[in-house]
Design a protein around this ligand. Sequence first.
Ligand code: NAD
Length: 295
Amino acid sequence: MSNIKILSGKDVSRKVYSELLPRIVLLKKKNITPGLAVILVGDNPASKVYIKSKARKFKSLGLFSETILLNQAIKESELCKIILSLNKNPKFHGILIQLPLPKHLNKNQILCKISPHKDVDGFHPENAGLLSQGVPRFIPCTPKGIMRIFKHYKISLDGKHVLVLGRSNIVGRPMSLLTSAKIDSANATTTVCHSGTENIENYTESADVVISAIGIPGYLKGSMLKTDAVIIDVGINRVKTDNDKGYSLTGDFDWNSIKNIVSAATPVPGGVGPMTIAMLVENTVEAAEQMIAIS
Ligand code: NAD
């Protein structure tokens, strides 16, 4: 039988919310309700599911959120105008643009238009720069949530070999910065593998912790991993099945082959996903607190 320890993002997120409640109460006493604007361009079905669960969570905590639905064909200049008006709107402490954007829109140009003080996703170059210098303002939600999972389950990264698969600005890149930072909860020797890496087994076989954000279902097999490795599965892949929805969600690890090899793992769903939303809420509360501090 497998002795794998399940790292439940669902459980850790509940703790995050209970710790946020007194901070939310304090803000409300000052007549401030942390607010988030979510922009969705087009009607990507997965994006719609994500923004619905974000809105539900904000509502359940007594926070304010508004979803701005925009036509798939919107011009870049028009979208930028909307962002600039949200930057000025005091109801919103955070602004999030649901990715991916349609191909005709330049994602980097658009993300730059969000005020760095409302950039609760942490994708603005100013916030990415602060993170790389070790003085973060907003840390991207998924990597921040993964660091919180390590902390909660007392998994020390100090001196360990952490392998990050993927180099996106959303997950892989900030994850590699955080795990290798010279701070108490990190200080790992981090390797980054990506689509240009040859013989990936050379890296996976020696890693104490493997964090995968590549988006290929079941790509990582038990035979590629070190015995007792800790694995963090960021991948959310829709795989066709015969159930009512017509699909099920699976991660980047092949659960059947890893379950007798690794010591601890995040499940999909219920692992990294709930932490991403929890960190979005936390960043929005922080944005509201920071706004008081600078006003
Ligand atoms: P992305 O497409 O921007 O990046 C994928 C990365 O994987 C790239 O850097 C690429 O170089 C790398 N890659 C591709 N094939 C590879 C291979 N064979 N070996 C090694 N590296 C390879 O994607 P992203 O936005 O970083 O998301 C990655 C996955 O994580 C997706 O499945 C996405 O749905 C999921 N995701 C989950 C959450 C969550 O909250 N759980 C949040 C964000 C993203």
